[in-house]
Design a protein around this ligand. Structure first.
Ligand SMILES: [Zn+2]
Length: 85
């Protein structure tokens, strides 16, 4: 029996929830990141890929969040808001 890391989905023993301390930290940091829906919309519909990257960089810096985590969160929200159904 195996479990999957809640953050990166890697296979791990059933007794564990995360594969590493980094994944655990990233998971909990990502929970507190909140990205407004209009910002997600703007990034995907009104920005080029380079603009999107720099917008995310500024946004992450302003809130003191990891850029990588913000990027992941934005991608997840975009899927959730605009890709299902
Ligand atoms: Zn992991």
């Amino acid at each position: 029996m195996t479990n999957n890391c809640q953050y990166c989905s890697k296979k791990i023993p059933i007794s564990k929830v995360f594969c590493s301390a980094e994944c655990k930290e990233s998971f909990f940091q990502k929970i507190v990141i909140s990205v407004p829906k209009p910002f997600v919309k703007k990034l995907y519909f009104f920005c080029s890929e380079e603009q999107r990257e720099s917008e995310i960089k500024v946004f992450a810096k302003r809130h003191n969040w990891h850029e990588k985590l913000v990027t992941e969160k934005v991608e997840e929200l975009f899927e959730e808001y605009y890709k299902c159904g």
